[in-house]
Design a protein around this ligand. Structure first.
Ligand code: 2M8
Length: 455
């Protein structure tokens, strides 16, 4: 698909948008698995938490009932303490279908875990936003009934993060593993990960599944994996309990994307509350507190962007990654931070513009360690671009959101529904039939036809 010269919508007279939509629909349908959508049949054959939220946003355009089945199947695996696990394992799959599998996580040994095998980590809480967007896209009585069932679970998810995960005591949740951020090997985690003592030899005891399906040069390294399993083992061996994390856990970071998602969740819950006869007031108060804490703890006026805070080292991580742009999704982000973060997005580091040839990379493209092929260390990802586009729209930058949206659609039109993309050439990387790429493309195409209001 070539860019419309007049800056018009992607669904021009050539019908490209319809072709693109069909590709997305076929991908989503092919990844549907009895009550959820797999991110990828090969690389990630189970149910992932934030992937499911993005899938629900896509299904709302196609089969709204699947959006609710998707979210409800995920929340059936919610732990008694409120955590929503980042992987729900499909018991029908053979051992070895994914590493680390259920035998490594051993969730059955943890007090708060459900009977279904899950991981013990969480992922960015984008689910309340997904539920709200799915409802708004296709309101109906069954949708409202599903919202009513989900609401207390979404509230419990937020409570878990706001209480047990507020390790720094400053009103932000911390992630206890890079996998919780969703941006597994982002350069944002290099400094805190370097402090995790791990021996690469640990991996001799395991067989990585990812490098059988994707080139090793596009994936995290063996040393990354040695640290990933070391951190999980430490958490798991303490029963995945959060008490005393500050004293004993090797990786504790306040992430701007994770906390922006938690803030956006409170805004979404405030919108949902009246539909389920609940009070939106407390959600608005919590949303305001999260935004205030994000600005106070994670914004650096010297760089004009947000950075993760490494709680063990007691400092902000200097790397400028796309995580720093995520607070744009907060409708109440103060104007001075909006201006600064939009400037960061438009800088040579991320190159957002009214006319842009490629979507945002995941990392500062001017950094010496920018790696255009390696997973979250450079490639472009649809979910992050989708979030930033929403943020730009919400802050009155439809001009930039249009440029970004068009570059996203063109990328997928050329390369297909890949997991991630080379940020310069646009070549498709990772899994070729990836769920959230398809789901969010459907949302983008619908939004181009009839823009939805912010939250
Ligand atoms: C990737 O993460 C998993 C571990 O959770 C992996 O690398 O095996 C990340 O891209 C994550 O954000 C995503 O949710 C998951 C499934 O798509 O894959």
């Amino acid at each position: 698909m070539s860019a419309p010269p007049d800056g018009g919508a992607v669904d021009g007279p050539g019908g490209d948008a319809e072709r693109l939509r069909r590709v997305a629909v076929a991908t989503l349908e092919a990844n549907w698995e009895h009550d959820h959508t797999v991110p990828s049949r090969t690389l990630y054959p189970h149910q992932w938490s934030w992937d499911s939220a993005f899938m629900a946003i896509g299904w709302a355009h196609l089969r709204p009932e699947y959006a609710w089945r998707e979210l409800e199947s995920l929340f059936r695996a919610q732990w008694a303490d409120g955590r929503v696990p980042h992987i729900v394992f499909n018991p029908r799959l053979p051992v070895g279908a994914y590493f680390p599998g259920p035998e490594f996580w051993a969730s059955e040994r943890a007090e708060a875990a459900p009977t279904t095998a899950t991981s013990g980590l969480v992922q960015p809480p984008v689910h309340a936003l997904a539920a709200w967007l799915a409802y708004r896209r296709a309101p109906s009585d069954p949708a409202r009934a599903a919202l009513r069932r989900l609401y207390p679970r979404l509230v419990a998810q937020q409570r878990y993060l706001a209480t047990r995960r507020d390790v720094g005591g400053a009103g932000l949740a911390c992630v206890v593993h890079p996998w919780e951020s969703g941006l597994d090997n982002s350069p944002a985690w290099d400094a805190p990960m370097a402090a995790v003592a791990a021996d690469e030899a640990v991996m001799r005891a395991y067989r990585r599944h990812d490098t059988a399906h994707a080139p090793a040069a596009h994936r995290p390294t063996d040393l990354d994996y040695a640290r990933y399993v070391t951190i999980v083992a430490s958490y798991r061996d303490g029963g995945y309990r959060d008490a005393e994390l500050a004293r004993r856990h090797p990786f504790l970071v306040e992430c701007p994307l994770f906390n922006a998602a938690a803030g956006a969740a409170e805004h979404a819950l405030a919108a949902i509350a009246p539909l389920v006869d609940a009070d939106p007031g407390p959600h608005r108060d919590r949303a305001a507190r999260i935004t205030e804490a994000l600005v106070r703890r994670l914004y650096d006026p010297a760089t004009g962007t947000f950075h993760p805070r490494d709680l063990r080292a007691g400092r902000l991580v200097p790397a400028r990654t796309v995580l720093g742009l995520a607070p744009l999704i907060l409708p109440d982000l103060p104007a001075s931070q909006v201006t600064a973060v939009v400037a960061e997005a438009c800088s040579a580091r991320f190159s957002v513009a009214r006319r842009m040839s490629r979507p945002l990379p995941s990392y500062d493209r001017t950094a010496p360690d920018f790696e255009p092929l390696r997973y979250w260390r450079g490639p472009s990802w649809m979910n992050i671009n989708w979030l930033v586009r929403r943020g730009l729209l919400g802050h009155g930058r439809a001009d930039l959101a249009t440029g970004l949206g068009r570059s996203m659609a063109e990328l997928v039109a050329t390369a297909g529904c890949h997991e991630y993309f080379h940020p310069d050439t646009g070549a498709g990387l990772g899994s070729p039939a990836f769920g959230w790429t398809a789901a969010l493309l459907l949302d983008l195409l619908a939004d181009e036809r009839a823009p939805a209001p912010a939250i």
